[in-house]
Design a protein around this ligand. Sequence first.
Ligand SMILES: Cc1ncc(COP(=O)(O)O)c(C=O)c1O
Length: 445
Amino acid sequence: MPRLSRRGQARLDNDVNVPLRFFIPGKYYDTKHNPEGVINMATAENSLMTPELLQHIHSHFHLDPVHLKYRVSLLSGFYPNTEQALRMYINETFHPRELITPEQIVTGPGLGAIFAQFIWHTCEEGEGVVITTPYYDSFARESEYHAQVKLVAAHIPRDVDPLSLAAIKYTSAAIEASNASGTRIRVVILCNPHNPLARVYPKETILAYATLAEKFDLHLLVDEVYGNEVFPSTVVPNPIPFESVLSMDVNSLTDCDPSRIHVLAGPAKDFGVSGLKVGVFVSQQNDDMVKLIRASLGPIPISSASDSIMTAVLNDSKFRTWFLEENRRRLTKAFERVASWCDFHKISYEPASAGVFVLLDLGPFLERLSDVGASDDVKVDNGVRIMLDNGVFLRPTIVAHDQIPTRFRMTFTLPPDTMLLGLRRLEKAFGLRQGWSFHPWRSNL
Ligand SMILES: Cc1ncc(COP(=O)(O)O)c(C=O)c1O
């Protein structure tokens, strides 16, 4: 066998051969082709607007010869492209204090890929990035995989809201402890609106994180991918409105050097197009960072086919405006349905007002499945097994050090019929009582 690098060999030995603790075996559920398959209610995908979006795509998709060439041909020519369209989109929907210029934004093949490049350029191997619990668990993979950087969890106690000012002292303590133990923290990550808590940070918390970044000499990376998906409901009638950190006068409200602040965003969640792999990195006061990310994405640009699709959607301002509004309206309905299902079954849940998922605490059901005194890990494993046996899967947030280890993240934006079937399978898995209905299930979708 030809030799591998030390890094490659270590990964082969430690990561690649270790089976994932939680995954869906076999092919997923498909109404026609695999009706017995497992319904994936774990991934943050949004199908609520898919029919209308596909219709728009099918009637607008067009490739010019330039789309078949290297990306530089498209960007250096006179054709509309996603770099321009996304800049305009973020300027119009995130209301930055200063309009984002072409030099301050980079488009790349999804937020995860951009995130990995950002970590590679800001941290040495063995250094750390800090995030409060619970968190979007792929941040760990994206930190470790290329840059070999450790994701350090700032554990927030159960009685403290991780999005509140009260959480800052725990983050600060985690940074100090990590620095003292030799894992120097270089970046603090925020996800606003939060994944998996599904709500918006108060502005004062974001500003306090900016102050923290200055104090510990950190970059502040804010993932705002759910920024256009804040919705009211009967459960949360007046959610905190989303404000991008780009719109805040960080300079005069804190002592944070604005060159520390960077944003990830993009159309993947707003438009339910995560498979097209399009995301952006924005940094308005740090030219070097933008240059580095742009250069690092050179060999892995977005596909020109994705570019053509997204450019047509984003540049159709009438359709785009309608789409975002209608998406939020459908999110409201879809969330109210699962909230009603949870209320019926007395399942405690985190009131969601942003994004496409809700956190449920299945603790009482897991108790019934496990021996007295079983550990949280065993309880969660038992819960996952019974769900898979019944053809459904939710994401356990114990993997993201959730302070309530029996919680699971459930996506509520599956196609309506699949969603209903998924809920029925959950009822069966946990032996829940029959009788919940929400009529008419399909209305207003
Ligand atoms: C907060 C957050 N950031 C990033 C991503 C990944 O984005 P992409 O698919 O563009 O890599 C996700 C996907 O679920 C997410 O929830």
